[in-house]
Design a protein around this ligand. Structure first.
Ligand code: CA
Length: 129
């Protein structure tokens, strides 16, 4: 059996982090948890997940700054990124996409939709064999 797809979750609210992680586990993914951009950067130095879910509002460096950093680094340039945020205005969505996000989910979101979007993103990224 193939190893489960690892998904990095960067979210500072422990309840949301845990909820997302549990839902991803149920869907067959291997969640990696980070509570801040700094946490995520540390984790990314050790291993590269297949997808990253990034909350916009984080303590310290914002999710937006983290996304820009990931896009600027040759190692994480291609990492699929989905933004998770409570911000619904058009400007925020545009800023997230311009910072390098591949997709965008506004809170509250359903676990089903999140899983479907991760799968869609992975389909687009999968190499043609
Ligand atoms: Ca947050």
């Amino acid at each position: 059996m193939a190893a489960p797809v690892s998904v990095l979750i960067v979210e500072d609210e422990p309840a949301i982090l845990e909820l997302v992680a549990i839902n991803l586990e149920h869907a067959g993914f291997a969640p990696l948890r980070a509570a801040s951009a700094e946490d995520a950067a540390r984790l990314l130095r050790q291993r590269l997940p297949e997808v990253a879910l990034i909350d916009w509002m984080l303590p310290g460096q914002s999710g937006l700054a983290l996304a820009r950093r990931l896009r600027a680094d040759v190692r994480t340039r291609e990492l699929p990124i989905i933004f998770l945020t409570a911000r619904t205005e058009e400007d925020a969505k545009v800023a997230a996409l311009e910072a390098g996000a591949d997709d965008y989910l506004t809170k509250p979101f359903s676990a089903r939709e999140l899983v479907a979007r991760i799968r869609a993103l992975l389909r687009r990224r999968a190499p043609q064999l």
